[in-house]
Each structure stands twice: as structure tokens, then as C-alpha cells.
Design a protein around this ligand. Structure first.
Ligand code: PMP
Length: 386
């Protein structure tokens, strides 16, 4: 039986079109920096992919820098800020939020330990950054504001456009980690008013280990990997031709199917939400239900451990996650749900369903059918009662 994969926020299956183009290019071994024909062929593939990534986010090709993924892109933006602060910029504070991805949360922890000034804006009970609270943190000493576009755990879409307007009004630069939003909702760097944006190919049916950083023309940038002249000398290292070409194709498909895919994912998600509410008593739907990434449904099951639910679902061939896959291995409740004010018990009993392009209504109906007896069993083993 083919597993029902509902963990698309952790990673996605590569699209057939992506795999096929990568297969065709498997032997394209030219170094894109070489001037001979083989090198130029590799280079033209890269530049095609750069154009595809740029047009997906409404940017110019020369504003796209290839990286190994969103973790590197996010770290790079904070490193640029740190370099500016170290070179005595009159602005020396960073503002972010409590619900960013670990590649920002951990960077912030590190920066704070080193004595840098970073403030985190709180979120409301739906996991949305409270703009009025963030506004209080802004001032003429703020260098960078970094707020994600859509949250990986709850799916809550953040008011990035409003925040970028406020950030720019006080003279700060604006970054958004759009890793989860790309390919699911329209993302325009111009409309959102971004100076920097991070993305990762494997979240939109591309290969793993490749991503991009958008840097607005004129925004500060400095070398983040020193070495060769690749990426205008800012990110050295021989190109990952194949990965980049795969990301280009994934970007092309995402742009082409965006509206249809958004509506399809939302309809599956709503079918799942309504089905679970109707068949399982006392469940809590987490995240903002109005401003939500279309495929994400985060549910708490009181008096049931998320990990037990996950394992029982896995035995039925249904693959989901508890909180963030990045936190797997730790039994700590999700910091995103806790930051939204959810109590520890509910956070422990949460499951994230993240639907993708290859899920079907039959998949959703199977989950609606298989989950109620699992919850009943897990609850019956719990010392706590609903
Ligand atoms: N940001 C967000 C919101 C993510 O969901 C992820 C992946 N879990 C990342 C950044 C990091 O992406 P990668 O692991 O590809 O570097």
C-alpha cells in the first residue's frame, strides 16, 4: 500500500518534471565558470533557473543568489546584519519574532550570547505577530526586521507587508523567510516590500540541498562564502548545477500552477478539518483559520500524546508530524504553539497535517476514517481524561 504522505511542510516529493529534467542533465558535468562550450552550457542552465526563481517571487534575475537552502539564506541575512553592526553602523538592533524557524531562532540565541541586541515580537493566540507590539520595538537604532511569511507549524500567514512598511518607515531593512509560502501563495518581493527573502527548493517539489537568497538591488550584501567569483564573489563554491536546474524547474511549475494548487490544497485542508471536527470530540484547531497556508492543518487532541498518535498513524501508512520535523528527537512541546499561548498539554498533543500537490480526497477520507479509533485508543491509555 502506498503511504499517505501528509508531511509536505517537512519536505515534498520531487515533481516528475523536476526529476526528469535532472535526469536529462545528470551528465552535464561542465563547470559553469569555465569559458568553453561545456562550461557555457552549464552556465546557461543556471541562468535559466535563476530567471525562473526570480519570476516566481517577482524579482530580477540579478537579485537571486543560489545557496544550499533556506537555513543558509536565513543565516546569511543575519550575518550581513552582524557585519554591518560590527562595522559601527549607527543601527545596531535586530527585530524578529518568537515563532521563526530554528535557523533564525538559534542564530538569534547565538547573537544574543555574543552581546548583540535582538528583540522578538510576540504573537497572538493564532500565531500571528502582533503588529502593534512589534511597532513598539521599532526605532532609529533598528537595522533589520525579519518576519517569516508563513509559519511551518501552524501555517499562519504573517502580516509581512504591514510590517515591512513600518520597518522601512524607521529606516530598517526587511527580511522574510518565505520558505513555506513559496509555491503555496503568491509571494511578490515588490508587493511585500522586501529587501531580503529566503527560499528552499525541496519545499516546492524541487531537490534538497539547494535554495536561494533574494537581495534587493542596492540592499547591503557582503561575501558570505569567501573563495571563487561565483555569485558575483558573494557566495563562492563550484555550482550545484543539477540541484539548481531542478529548483528552476520546480519554480517554473510552481508559478504555472499557483492559483489552481492553492485552491486544491485549501479544499483538501478544509475537507480534513471539517471531517476531523465531525468525527473526533474535543479537538482544537491551531493557527489562524483565515490567514493560513492552504495545505497546513495543525490540530491538538487533548489527553493524547502527539508522538503516540504519529506512531499509530504511521502503522496505518499515514505520515504526519508533531510540531516541527526539525524538532524531532526532542520531546519538548512546540515552541511555536507555546508562544501562541497554547497550554503545554495541548501543545504535546498536537499533530501537523501538511497536504501537498500529490494528496487526493481519498487520502483525506482515509485519515478521517482511520484517526478516530486511534485517538480513542490513545486517550483510553492516558491518565488524563477529556
Ligand atoms: N524556514 C522555514 C520556515 C522552514 O520550514 C525550513 C525547513 N524546515 C527552513 C527555513 C530551512 O530550510 P532548509 O532545511 O532547506 O535549509
Amino acid at each position: 500500500m502506498k503511504p499517505i504522505y501528509m508531511d509536505n511542510n517537512a519536505t515534498t516529493q520531487m515533481a516528475d518534471e523536476v526529476a526528469s529534467l535532472m535526469r536529462d542533465n545528470l551528465t552535464l558535468y561542465g563547470n559553469a565558470s569555465s569559458m568553453h562550450t561545456l562550461g557555457r552550457n552549464a552556465s546557461s542552465g543556471l541562468e535559466w533557473a535563476r530567471g525562473m526563481c526570480a519570476s516566481l517571487i517577482d524579482a530580477e534575475s540579478e537579485e537571486i543568489y543560489f545557496t544550499s537552502g533556506a537555513s543558509e539564506s536565513n543565516n546569511t541575512v543575519f550575518n550581513i546584519a552582524r557585519e554591518l553592526i560590527d562595522s559601527h553602523s549607527k543601527r545596531n538592533r535586530i527585530v524578529t519574532s518568537t515563532i521563526e524557524h530554528p535557523s533564525i531562532i538559534e542564530e538569534v540565541k547565538y547573537l544574543k550570547e555574543k552581546g548583540y541586541r535582538v528583540d522578538e515580537a510576540p504573537v497572538d493566540s493564532s500565531g500571528m505577530v502582533i503588529v502593534s507590539e512589534l511597532e513598539k520595538l521599532l526605532g532609529d537604532d533598528v537595522l533589520l526586521v525579519s518576519i517569516m511569511t508563513g509559519n511551518n507549524e501552524t501555517g499562519t500567514i504573517q502580516p509581512v507587508k504591514k510590517i515591512s512598511t513600518l520597518a522601512h518607515a524607521c529606516g530598517a531593512l526587511m527580511h522574510s523567510d518565505a520558505t513555506q509560502a513559496i509555491g503555496k501563495i503568491p509571494v511578490s518581493v515588490k508587493d511585500l516590500g522586501l529587501d531580503y527573502l529566503s527560499m528552499s527548493a525541496h519545499k516546492f517539489y524541487g531537490p534538497k540541498g539547494v535554495g536561494a537568497l533574494y537581495v534587493r538591488k542596492g540592499a547591503p550584501i557582503m561575501p558570505f562564502v569567501h573563495g571563487g567569483h561565483q555569485e558575483k564573489g558573494y557566495r563562492a563554491g563550484t555550482y550545484n548545477n543539477l540541484g539548481i536546474i531542478g529548483m528552476g524547474e520546480a519554480a517554473r511549475l510552481a508559478a504555472q500552477n499557483l492559483e489552481r494548487e492553492h485552491d486544491y490544497l485549501w479544499s483538501l485542508r478544509e475537507r480534513l478539518r471539517k471531517g476531523l471536527l465531525a468525527s473526533i470530540p474535543d479537538i482544537v484547531i491551531n493557527g489562524n483559520q483565515e490567514h493560513c497556508l492552504p495545505g497546513t492543518l495543525n490540530v491538538s487532541f487533548p489527553c493524547a500524546e502527539g508522538e503516540s498518535i504519529l506512531l499509530y498513524l504511521d502503522m496505518e501508512g499515514i505520515e504526519v508530524s508533531t510540531g516541527s520535523a526539525c524538532a524531532t528527537g526532542s520531546l519538548e512541546p512546540s515552541y511555536v504553539l507555546l508562544a501562541s499561548g497554547l497550554d503545554v498539554e495541548l501543545a504535546h498533543g498536537s499533530i501537523r497535517f501538511s497536504l501537498g500537490r500529490y494528496n487526493t480526497t481519498e487520502d483525506v477520507d482515509t485519515v478521517i476514517q482511520k484517526l478516530p479509533p486511534i485517538i480513542e485508543r490513545v486517550r483510553s491509555m492516558s491518565t488524563r481524561k477529556v
